[in-house]
Design a protein around this ligand. Structure first.
Ligand SMILES: Cc1cc2nc3c(=O)[nH]c(=O)nc-3n(C[C@H](O)[C@H](O)[C@H](O)COP(=O)(O)OP(=O)(O)OC[C@H]3O[C@@H](n4cnc5c(N)ncnc54)[C@H](O)[C@@H]3O)c2cc1C
Length: 541
């Protein structure tokens, strides 16, 4: 059996950087990636319109100044192909491909009490052993399709946005149904509408969305940003959401109505998620403040969509602005003014079944040539539980998390020694610019591994009390915001039977990073570290 210091599962932003750092530090490592290319999210999500909602110059690695200086982004919000090119460039530039076994899915990860090592098995028959397991499996890599009656009988083509084929799909002359109006649906719908003969959008929950106002980046802009990249990056590290922009200082309720509207209007014109993040301090903590921006965006929907009935269906009314992942779009609401687009409300008349010809709702059969499932992912915990992890004494992670995930700092789980989860539950992850959060986790894990090596320590895992206290803190932080007031995948609401727990840590990447730094400064406070002698004595008892 091949033996390594570490196995890294996944080769997206997290896996690539993790492998790079391990090699630089002299650890032996093997990466496994289910896809037949690197890139993670940006390898799988090739649907039309796929693009990042964080600005390109923020949504990129900061670990190499050379990389930062030499890579040229072309657009404010990068497209999926551009990010995939970037990640392939990173894999080549830092010579990472030799460390990764592609098209290889990890199927089980089992800890051995006696040897304090993990055995990893894959769908290609690999059986390898490692001291450390680093799950870089991503928060949004396990796509899901709800169990619709009759799904298998549909004779047309089906697609999931999160597992889009490599070939160009041409919807010209076809009747297409899109199920789902979350972030991916909202990006794909305007693009598919431009091609399809007719597009039917099956919407259960209307979403708030703000225009991207995407544009090409000028050379001058890039040059000037690159001159101050270090300062930007430092600011992002200790910010709220991992962006370099300066945070607001004022409550929405301190402003006059006219000033507030002017502020929202200015930010709406500038485009992107800063409308939520940068306008006022209390949009996600005060219902009254949130109502001001929710009403502003509702007004925009009514202004853009010409048919009043369609506009009403597209307007979210029963949850706060931003409580579900805020969507950033290019011509989303405008698309409903096209003659070849029909909005079908499946909240009032849920999808009854899928037939060989199409989708039945409200007793009516919509005949279709293709169905696009923009139905999202089993977020955050799904890819981890899918690994079939068994920790100390054979305990399955699925059992340890049967009532919802419990992890210390989103980095480790009690009872699973030397297992690390990048952007795991209880860390800022999907609430932040994820590249910032990924780099922070990889750096923290590397510092921890170096500490173990230097001090001849064999294993590290959280103390159960520290883990429970952190879980309670994560819940308190969420409860102090408006996030739990919406049904969302942050809470697992999109997966039937998934325990309803708010998974990301919402207090901000800066506060979180400081906590992680403090834990290290206090001698890995909350973690228990065991030397070989201590472990052997414990086993012999
Ligand atoms: C459509 C979409 C848009 C997004 N937009 C943004 C955005 O605007 N801003 C932002 O910050 N984030 C965004 N994200 C989140 C995005 O996932 C992260 O920003 C980032 O790409 C995550 O990198 P990662 O390496 O952690 O995970 P991923 O990129 O998901 O990579 C994980 C990899 O692990 C592999 N894997 C999983 N399980 C196994 C297994 N058992 N065996 C082998 N391999 C396995 C998967 O195949 C995958 O390639 C978006 C996500 C999606 C899906």
């Amino acid at each position: 059996m091949d033996e390594f210091d570490a196995i890294v599962i996944g080769a997206g932003f997290a896996g690539l950087y993790q492998l790079y750092r391990l090699r630089e530090l002299g650890f032996t490592a093997q990466g496994f990636e289910a896809g037949d290319g690197v890139g993670g999210t940006w390898y799988w999500n090739r649907y039309p319109g796929a693009r990042c909602d964080v600005e390109s110059m923020d949504y990129s690695y900061s670990f190499s100044e050379e990389l930062e200086q030499e890579w040229e982004w072309t657009e404010r919000y990068p497209t999926q192909p551009e990010i995939l090119r970037y990640l392939n460039y990173v894999a080549d530039r830092f010579d990472l491909r030799g460390l990764i076994k592609l098209a290889t899915r990890v199927t089980s990860v089992v800890y051995d009490n006696e040897t304090n090592r993990w055995t990893v098995e894959t769908n290609r028959g690999d059986v390898v052993s490692a001291r450390y397991i680093i799950a870089a499996t991503g928060c949004l890599s396990l796509w899901q399709i709800p169990a619709f009656d009759g799904l298998e009988s549909f004779r047309g083509s089906t697609f999931h946005t999160g597992n889009w084929p490599r070939d160009d799909i041409d919807f010209a002359g076809r009747r297409v149904g899109v199920i789902g109006t979350g972030s991916t649906g909202i990006q794909a719908i305007p693009q598919i509408a431009k091609q399809a003969e007719h597009l039917f959008v099956f919407q259960r929950t209307p979403n708030y969305s703000v225009p991207a106002r995407n544009h090409l980046l000028t050379a001058e802009y890039q040059v000037s940003r690159k001159k101050t990249y270090r300062e930007y990056r430092e600011r992002a590290k200790y910010s709220g959401g991992g962006h370099s922009a300066i945070l607001p200082t004022k409550s929405a309720l301190e402003e006059t109505n006219a000033d507030r509207l002017a502020e929202y209007e200015r930010r709406w014109e500038r485009g992107g998620a800063p409308l939520m993040q940068m306008s006022y301090t209390d949009l996600m903590t005060s219902r009254e403040a949130n109502q001001t921006i929710a009403e502003f965006v509702r007004g925009k929907i009514r202004e853009i969509v010409t048919d009043a009935e369609t506009a009403a269906k597209l307007t979210p009314v029963d949850y706060p602005f931003g409580a579900k992942r805020l969507c950033v779009d290019i011509d989303y609401f405008e698309t409903y003014n096209r003659g070849n687009v029909t909005l079908v409300d499946v909240r009032s008349a849920p999808i009854e079944k899928i037939t060989e010809r199409g989708i039945v709702t409200g007793g009516y059969e919509y005949e279709l040539d293709a169905i696009v499932f923009a139905t999202g992912y089993d977020a955050i915990t799904g890819p981890l539980l899918n690994l079939n992890i068994r920790g100390r004494d054979g305990r399955a992670l699925n059992d340890a998390w049967s009532a919802g995930p419990r992890a210390y700092l989103g980095l480790q789980v009690a009872g699973f020694p030397n297992l690390f989860t990048i952007t795991g539950p209880g860390s800022p992850s999907v609430i932040s610019n994820m590249v910032v959060s990924i780099e922070q986790h990889v750096d923290w894990i590397c510092e921890c591994l170096m500490h173990l090596r230097e001090h001849d320590i064999e294993s590290v895992e959280p103390l159960i009390e520290a883990q429970e206290a952190w879980v309670a803190h994560v819940n308190e932080a969420a409860a102090a915001t408006l996030f739990p007031l919406a049904k969302s995948w942050y809470l697992g609401d999109n997966i039937p039977g998934k325990p309803r727990v708010f998974m990301p840590y919402v207090a901000g990447v800066g506060a979180y990073r400081r906590k992680c730094e403090e834990v290290v400064a206090n001698g890995y406070d909350g973690f228990v570290m065991t030397s070989r002698q201590e472990r052997e004595v414990a086993i012999s008892k």
